[in-house]
Design a protein around this ligand. Sequence first.
Ligand SMILES: Cc1cc2nc3c(=O)[nH]c(=O)nc-3n(C[C@H](O)[C@H](O)[C@H](O)COP(=O)(O)O)c2cc1C
Length: 200
Amino acid sequence: MLKNKDLIDAPVEPFSLFKNWYELACKTEINDPNAMTISTILDNQPSSRVVLLKSYDEKGFVFYTNSNSKKAKSIKDNPNVALNFHWKSQNRQIRIEGQTSILDNKVADLYFKTRPKGSQIGAWASNQSHELNSRSELIESIKKFEEKFKDNQIPRPKHWNGYIVKPHLIEFWQEMSFRLHDRVEYNLLKDTWHIKKLYP
Ligand SMILES: Cc1cc2nc3c(=O)[nH]c(=O)nc-3n(C[C@H](O)[C@H](O)[C@H](O)COP(=O)(O)O)c2cc1C
């Protein structure tokens, strides 16, 4: 258990600090250090679920999903989202707020090619977020697409896309003794990151 860490040494921009924390979490989390909660809003109702971060840089945080899913429909309606990483092994969380857009097809094609065949078939076979009458219906759908693509490279379905969240707020939170946690918030205003500490 990590306690009494040094206070956060905040660089002028948040991405190097994100990298630093993320890479440490990759060494210490039991699984899925790249798991992040994404919250979206549809019809004024927030909704959260976990997705996997697949890449990140100053342009934003990337994940992949089905564009007919609940989250994707929410994003189409309202691109403002919140991301949250919680790394239990580090007693740290990172909160991100930003605007989401769909990645270029070429980037998604390249990433899709790297996925295991089973996951590629799954992207075709699963009508994500829609009602499933029985497990056998899903199995049948998988068989159908296995047969369809049996001798061929599996193309990326048009409904399976990469999404990038461009952040305008990033908060770094780390646990400290007696709940006197250390919080640093970065706000992007006119292309410049402004930094402040927050009461725990
Ligand atoms: C650890 C973990 C990783 C996940 N990664 C993804 C992902 O990268 N993309 C995705 O579409 N769903 C992922 N899921 C499933 C989502 O949490 C969710 O069930 C699914 O995307 C449907 O959400 P929606 O109906 O709100 O669109 C993951 C779930 C967990 C627990």
